[in-house]
Write a protein that binds this ligand. Sequence first.
Ligand code: NAD
Length: 421
Amino acid sequence: MTEDSLLDRALVRLEAAASHLQIDPGVIEKLKYPRETTKMRLMIRMDDGSRKSFLAWRCRYDDTRGPTKGGIRFHPDSSVEEVETLAFWMTFKCAVMDLPYGGGKGAVRVDPRALSKSELERLSRAYIQAFSRVVGPTRDIPAPDVYTNAMIMGWMADEYNQIKGEVLPAVITGKPIALGGSLGRNDATARGGYYLVRHLAGELGLNGNMRVAIQGFGNAGQFYARFAAGDGQRIVAVSDSSGAIHSEAGLDVEKLIAGKEAGRSVTALANELGASVIPAEELIAVDCELLVPAALEDMITKDNAASIRAKVVLELANGPVTPDADRILDERGVVVLPDILANAGGVTVSYFEWVQNRQGWYWELEEIHSRLKKMMEREGAAVWSIARDRKVTARTAAYIHALSRLSTAIEAHGTQPFFTS
Ligand code: NAD
């Protein structure tokens, strides 16, 4: 691990929260390191008959509060460090939401867009063959993440069932509905963030006419745009890996989504939407009230944080704001609703899916939405009141909230004074 690695920067948040709590030093010692990281090389047959290998990982960071839970990412830049950091964030995210889970994460270093559909299926099945002893319905439960989706989860669940000789849908969440997936999982991340902003809008100084800029227009970004536009908010800018577009009058979200579904990039759609193409890095500096990073980590850093004009940043992505940028935003009075709370709607509905799979009893969509809303509002209000009472940022408050739950669980096995008194 290098001195200023992604995981080191994530641990800064743990230390900041710990300084506000009286906890046993053993708690921090336990949470500073991942418990188990497995690295494998996946070998698959390509369509042209050749063989190709891909590096893959699965990390179970901490399982004190329950089986580990976290997505699988397919990305050409994936690394062990990224996987372990994402697993650390999952540990805290599940604790913020009081889900009975620890944190995990997985990845394959691959550009999935360079694979055919059959190669992608073989790679997904190879992942489960390699990690079938790591994952399991009561051990470690994967889900989709960047560039993985419901179909991939369906292949993976099927592979696990074939290996075990049983049908065990609770091994993985985010599956297609027809294969034991939950209603409401596809838009849950964005919906959770939307419920959170709506619940805290008064405290955040936001009103129904707010202008919104969204970085990243995939699952999280598109659904957020749809919910916000449905509420009469103006989506003034969006970006994807091709670049960014801007329109002060507001973008037509349904046309944008239809264009993306047809395989086009947002910049290719600019003309017909009456929008202008702007440099990708200018998206975060667009004049708006709410900025929604929904792409990848480390997008808002000390070099660009001062350019943000939004009042509030809603982190639908994991880790989009670095600790240095946090400080700059805090000084400028910009409130950051942190990833471990803001995007927790996804893992919350994944939890509902796991519960339904284990019960064999499937819930209606209204029940999913009302349970999600209640949980986002309950934990959002708890985090906000910690921030207000202790005069800390919402991020530190979310870590305090999660850490107190984690420390209660870790300390239940006994603290240093217990063993030495
Ligand atoms: P996705 O693959 O559906 O979408 C990612 C989007 O980001 C794509 O539109 C891509 O073009 C865009 N992108 C990539 N690089 C970019 C760049 N440099 N600038 C602008 N856009 C860029 O992924 P997703 O599921 O929407 O996940 C997005 C983020 O949300 C990730 O950080 C992920 O970990 C987080 N997240 C997702 C979920 C979920 O349920 N989908 C849950 C929790 C957190």
